[in-house]
Write a protein that binds this ligand. Sequence first.
Ligand code: GAP
Length: 516
Amino acid sequence: MSTPNTPDLMQKIVSLCKRRGFVFQSSEIYGGLKSAYDYGPLGAELKRNLMTEWWKDMVHARENVVGIDASIIMHPRVWEASGHLSGFSDPLVDCKVCKERFRADKAPRAEAGQALTLTYADKGAAKVAEELIAKQFGVTLTRDGKDLKGAVAGDRGYVCPVCGSPFLSDERQFNLMFKSSIGPVDPLGAVAAAIEAGTLGGLTGRELRSAIEEITKPTAVYLRPETAQAMFVQFLNVQQSMSMKVPFGIAQMGKSFRNEITVEHFIFRSCEFEQMEMEFFCEPGTDDEWMDFWCKARMEWWQRYANEPGKFRFRAHDKSELAHYAKGCFDIEYDYPWGWGELEGIANRTDYDLKKHAQYSGAKIDYFDPTTQKRFVPYVIEPAAGATRGLLVYLIDAYHEEEVNGEIRVVLRFHPRLAPIKVAVLPLVKKEGMPEIARDLVNAFLKRGINAKYDEQHAIGKRYRRHDEIGTPFCLTVDGESAADGTVTLRDRDTMEQRRISIANAVDEIEALLRA
Ligand code: GAP
């Protein structure tokens, strides 16, 4: 019997996570910090195991992928080139048609009532935009090739800089990046000095903001909002130092930070989280094939460790959802207790990022293929997964309740390779040499690199339940016969079946089961 997939399940998981040391609210004794979580002893193991499996599959198992571990704080120009910084001090607006995010004060001007022509990449994109505008705004436009005619400017005074549309979001003074400062200059001191010198007098609110932004700009740095950009920025260094031949990938996993407006569902969306991303560089024209390849590989990977592979699905982004530079995007979604939601996005980012970084840095970023003698800017397929979100998915997937002898048994059916503790070694009683045999066994496991735990607290049944609840796949019980016949009882977490195995073979046997 598994627990129904309802919001109630989330309450049970959140409570188990705290009770058993998987996830705690950050700074709890101070009342907690909104949307920040600490991974406890078992959560830290689970996260590490999940990320190690990803690294093994994406990097170690593939000759054409290498990994990097870049700094979280990067040159601020990186975020200008990537588009993450635009509008930091000015109102941000989203075009509801082509999804471009832009600064209102830099957008092309248009008088209220002025007739507009909206222009898209091709006829197909124009058709998609025409349908979206009709559906979402009830406005019928006339299509002429890649142009749409018949729209008029509103009283905003500007239109979208990419497609010319007046269908825009409200302006917001907001950026999702966390800002800090670097170096010995105190940015607030510099602002105070400017106020004292009277250089900020008589400015409007917006002008004042821009002026302060200018003063603090030389020391401003940001916590990365995604791990992806370092892979673009280091493309040349990695390709040249490792003599990589396109097609090849650069992978990275680690912390990302977003000042999310909406934080929700426990660790599903938080301000500090971990990502596992790979940028796969390929020759333009081969990108569709590689997109198919990575979609398949990534779905297989998530399903490999799940009890219920049917709870993962693909969702193709329709054209109106795509960023203007993306050629295609598929989300791998999971059926969370609150409904289907994103777990990983696999995007065809074309040559957009490499070209942007070439433009902003002045570096020549391209690739010369020695076989075909062709020089080109590679296209990029990006499988971008959430590690902490993945941890939540496997917690939900693992959580089971079942009735055993009139009692509810809670068991986390983690895949053995994800389980925080692989094997618990339990002396039946704390005497007659049993603790010594158990400790020797634990040491033998640890020497082999298998996370084993000695546990002598409480009655044996209670100990089994405790290890079921934290997902330990195997328990070895040392009893009165162990010293005499050199055997222990091996108990399987999922079936609860028990059989005797030899102490001498125990480590090999468990190791084989973990590899299976
Ligand atoms: N480089 C592309 C990129 O970062 P994304 O869809 O914004 O794409 C990739 O992020 C994955 O990172 C998401 O599918 C999700 O699993 C995870 N993620 C994004 N924002 C998150 C947040 N605030 N909290 C937890 N996980 C998040």
